[in-house]
Design a protein around this ligand. Structure first.
Ligand code: NAD
Length: 364
């Protein structure tokens, strides 16, 4: 099958391959949809086994960004980029400046940012060659680490789910199991503890757990035991695919709501099982949008307060998703997709003038 026939290409507007022999850069930028604005999405460095694997990943991730930004109410399209190889081989100034030139050649249709295995330093190198970089450090004029915003959005999302499941969004006395105490998990545990929840945490790194045990109402279990603890809410904040054939029967909770991407290993199958069991699942790309909402602020002149106030909208967005899921008896992921697609259709139509992506960005 040829590249243009690949099902994964699914309505992508543009896919750009960039190669620089001197530095060994092999990069792919995928622009899924710019109806709502410039395609924003991070740049991932990964040692893909094959080019096919890299193409599939970048297409999947860029499509995901279109939905995430649309659902969050942002005037952004979806894009993503991947750089093939190992950080130790490719994570240098020359390669990232070559990548910056590739980004710049798209004239603002694609705006890059940090993602897995890319660092603030790498983005500063990219910035030497292009203005189309978001999420730079505050010293560089950017909005910095998105994690506190992602964590706050996840906390707000958990409250929204509690409101739907229990008729009140108070987390006082509720038991929340948090898997993963990284950039997002750490902040989330603090918010939950302050809200009076009992928090059970786990991580594969002992020192992270030790740190968390200093916080009120926090206890810990071994990584694999997190699925079996008595809990009201499961908040996955480590890896994807943690709700799978093996774990789904072990989780005795009423809500699954965490920051991790791709929580359900099979959206269709596990989404339907959760719906049938009455377990409320907060779609990952709705609840973890705090980071992209914060970065979006850079397009208008960054203002932290406005970012937090926008992130608070995740509460209402989830209410809409839960209501639609209940009304139509469909998994929450399907409800979220439908709401995102409607927004792209209705508002995207009005925004044709921004299709180049450049106008919106050049306002700053
Ligand atoms: P991170 O890498 O800082 O933290 C992940 C933590 O999970 C680490 O402490 C790691 O030791 C732990 N972990 C790994 N495997 C584990 C396991 N099997 N059991 C328990 N713990 C395990 O990542 P992060 O930035 O905190 O992001 C967490 C999740 O949220 C990721 O899935 C990420 O894709 C997603 N996310 C993050 C952001 C953000 O702003 N950082 C935004 C959107 C989505």
């Amino acid at each position: 099958m040829g590249f243009f026939d690949a099902p994964a290409l699914n309505h992508h507007e543009q896919v750009v391959f960039g190669h620089d022999v001197e530095t060994g850069l092999k990069a792919i930028i995928a622009i899924h949809d710019t109806s709502m604005g410039p395609a924003l999405g991070g740049c991932r460095v990964w040692n893909y086994k094959t080019e096919d694997e890299a193409v599939r990943d970048v297409l999947r991730l860029s499509e995901g960004m279109t939905y995430k930004s649309a659902l969050a109410g942002l005037n952004l399209g979806g894009g993503k980029s991947v750089i093939m190889g190992r950080v130790r081989d490719i994570g240098n100034e020359a390669a990232f400046r070559a990548f910056g030139r590739l980004v710049d050649s798209l004239g603002g249709r694609y705006v890059t940012a940090e993602d897995v295995n890319t660092t603030p330093q790498m983005m500063e190198w990219v910035h030497e060659e292009t203005d189309y970089v978001a999420g730079l450090s505050p010293e560089m004029g950017g909005s910095g680490d998105p994690s506190p915003f992602t964590a706050w959005g996840t906390f707000v999302g958990i409250k929204s789910a509690a409101n739907k499941a229990y008729g009140s969004d108070s987390l006082e006395g509720k038991t929340v199991a948090v898997q993963g105490l990284g950039h997002v998990g750490l902040y989330l545990v603090e918010h939950l503890s302050k809200a009076g929840a009992k928090v059970i945490v786990t991580d594969i790194k002992e020192e992270r757990i030790k740190e968390m045990l200093k916080i009120k109402n926090v206890s810990a279990v071994a990584p694999d035991d997190i699925y079996d603890v008595e809990m009201d809410i499961f908040a996955p904040c480590a890896l994807g695919s943690v709700v799978n054939d093996e774990t789904i029967d072990r989780l005795k909770c009423q809500i699954i709501a965490g920051a991790a991407n791709n929580v359900l290993s099979d959206y269709d199958k596990h989404g339907k099982i959760l719906l049938k069991r009455g377990v409320l699942y907060a779609p990952d790309y709705a609840i973890n949008a705090g980071g992209v909402i914060n970065v979006y602020g850079e397009f208008e002149g960054y203002n932290e307060k406005r970012s937090y106030s926008r992130v608070n909208h995740i509460y209402e967005i989830l209410q809409q998703i839960f209501t639609r899921s209940a009304d139509e008896n469909i998994p929450t992921m399907d409800a979220a997709d439908a709401i995102a697609e409607e927004r792209i259709r209705k508002i995207g139509r009005l925004k044709q003038m921004h299709r180049s992506g450049k106008r919106l960005f050049s306002k700053i």
